[in-house]
Design a protein around this ligand. Structure first.
Ligand SMILES: Cc1ncc(COP(=O)(O)O)c(C=O)c1O
Length: 285
């Protein structure tokens, strides 16, 4: 049951939580968001998600209404009121409500804040391979901002689905950026590679966790520019995110990756990821 949401100071049934038609999130997609998993009632990497939220708020000149501990309190209340356990938290802020639709930033207008729980639907206890296509990254130049304006991502994702794939790997002029909802990793000769952080990719929290865990296991990890051919010729390709953790890619268009199997480094990293989660949950008891 995930029926209770936090909206602007109140805890409400989802069905009675309403947003004004003059909200800038509704009218312009003027806002930012975070999504993070909760395992056994413990938010995963909350500090890092709130830091990214703070960074994105600065990038769009939006004042965050709460301190870290106030966010923590609201998130814990939402987790508790929705029965705890394993959940996915969605947190969104918009630039609030204006008397009429106009583009200028409003003055002295409180942000609209929504925190909502959803069931954690992904089956991450097991690695599930996916098939992807490769698409031209037609999005804007500020993909490092976790903006609620996701039309570019949604159109690309849907294009992948319509072609019979589960995700798209995106590129700008042959340089790989990310997936529509994921970051990209490849493995070659036992070394791991991922595109470096820049304005064309979202700096994923899962990406950071994987880099940390790989380093702990003495695996070499290089953050550098990757070309489409690097991905096609890789021994392993993975797409990663908070909702998916690690998804091994076994096919890109007609090209079979890793003989259509889950590669050994994907298995190793998946195991390390699960152990890391277990350790965090054990220490938060
Ligand atoms: C475009 C994009 N890239 C990467 C990610 C992965 O980010 P994270 O690991 O923080 O979930 C997401 C997650 O939603 C995303 O939408």
């Amino acid at each position: 049951m995930t029926d209770i949401v936090y909206l602007n100071g109140d805890y409400l049934e989802k069905s009675s939580a309403k947003i004004s038609v003059l909200d800038r999130g509704f009218l312009f997609g003027d806002g930012i968001y975070e999504v993070f998993p909760v395992y056994q009632s413990t938010p995963f990497r909350l500090q890092e998600h709130l830091e990214r939220l703070t960074f994105c708020a600065k990038e769009i000149e939006l004042d965050l209404p709460y301190t870290f501990s106030q966010w923590q309190e609201i998130i814990n209340q939402v987790i508790g009121k929705n029965g705890g356990g394993n959940l996915s938290i969605y947190l969104q802020l918009t630039r609030g409500i204006q008397p009429q639709r106009q583009h200028d930033f409003p003055e002295n207008t409180p942000a609209t804040v929504l925190v909502m729980a959803n069931p954690l639907t992904t089956t991450i206890a097991q690695l599930s391979p996916i098939k992807t296509t490769l698409l031209d990254d037609i999005r804007w130049q500020n993909c490092h901002i976790k903006s609620i304006s996701l039309l570019g991502n949604i159109l690309l994702h849907q294009q992948a689905i319509a072609l019979g794939y589960q995700e798209a790997i995106l590129h700008r002029d042959g340089v790989v950026t990310e997936g529509t909802t994921t970051n990209v990793f490849i493995v070659n000769d036992g070394q791991i590679y991922t595109p470096e952080k820049n304005h064309h990719i979202l700096g994923g929290i899962t990406r950071d966790v994987i880099i940390e865990l790989a380093e702990q296991q003495a695996l070499t990890i290089c953050q550098q520019q990757l070309k489409v051919d690097d991905v096609y010729q890789a021994d392993e390709v993975w797409l990663v995110s908070s909702s998916r953790e690690i998804s091994p890619v076994t096919q890109i268009n007609d090209k079979i990756i890793a003989n259509g199997e889950i590669g050994p480094i994907a298995k190793q990293m998946h195991k390390a990821f699960q152990t890391f989660k277990q350790t965090l949950m054990a220490t938060s008891d």
